[in-house]
Design a protein around this ligand. Structure first.
Ligand code: ATP
Length: 234
């Protein structure tokens, strides 16, 4: 078995005195897509923050390619190739597509990075002069994704890509995620609702109340999910 790109072992984390993650275990193999699923408040974003170095664990261990990064800063992790597309897109409405890409492709040879992105997202090439604020939600999310890709991450974490988007648009975005994964980028895909994420993922975990309640192959989890979500919403 090769060394996983990411491993969390017994990770707990808190905001002040209040513990919100209680011993999280997860493993992401290099080049795989891991789906992190769970209802509102389950602790998904807090887990993302731990992986990105924005929330320091109170317990447990985080490893990146077998290296202990439990206490690494967001800065160090970013330089090690960890890249987050946060919930809510985070594009600048008054900047064009091209300007976004110029801002995010530092250190990666701007022109080549843009060419790579336009190759992967022809729609963004067509819209390169357009202000992000005038684009559709799906296109904005595509832009958020492309900015991360411009940086050639080793590990890409995407928090709620599907938020507020029509299922058909989400499907198209997942196709892009699939293409990014095919280039060898390891991906953590966080989603509240399942959509087709299970068809895309190589592995999945389900979180609830700050713990992992299921983990395994997406195919084996599909049946459990409806019941779990129902229980969580009671
Ligand atoms: P969502 O889908 O709503 O983003 P989530 O699964 O990502 O939910 P988290 O955002 O990680 O869940 O929240 C887990 C718990 O931590 C919740 O009880 C939430 O209220 C709490 N929490 C999140 N952020 C903070 C914060 N900055 N300060 C205090 N508590 C927080």
């Amino acid at each position: 078995m090769t060394t996983p790109i990411l491993e969390l072992r017994g990770v707990s984390a808190a905001y002040g005195q209040i513990e919100v993650l209680h011993g999280i275990d997860l493993t992401l193999q290099a080049g795989h897509v891991l789906a992190v699923l769970g209802p509102n408040g389950a602790g998904k974003t807090s887990t993302v923050k731990v992986i990105a170095g924005l929330l320091r664990p109170t317990n447990g261990r985080v490893e990146l390619c077998g290296r202990d990064v439990t206490n690494a800063s967001a800065d160090q992790l970013s330089r090690a190739g960890v890249c987050v597309v946060p919930e809510g897109r985070g594009v600048f409405p008054r900047l064009s597509v091209e300007e976004h890409l110029k801002l995010s492709a530092w250190g990666t040879g701007g022109r080549e990075a843009r060419a790579r992105v336009y190759d992967a997202f022809p729609r963004l090439y067509e819209r390169r002069k357009q202000l992000a604020g005038t684009m559709s939600g799906g296109e904005q999310q595509m832009l958020a994704l492309s900015r991360a890709i411009a940086r050639q991450p080793a590990l890409l974490i995407v928090d709620e890509l599907s938020m507020g988007l029509a299922p058909m648009v989400v499907e198209q975005l997942y196709e892009h995620v699939r293409a990014v994964a095919a280039q060898g980028v390891s991906i953590v895909l966080v989603e509240q609702f399942v959509h087709d994420v299970l068809g895309l993922a190589d592995a999945a975990i389900v979180m609830q109340h700050g713990t992992v309640v299921r983990s395994g192959h997406p195919r084996d989890l599909a049946e459990d999910l409806a019941g779990l979500y129902l229980a969580a919403s009671r």
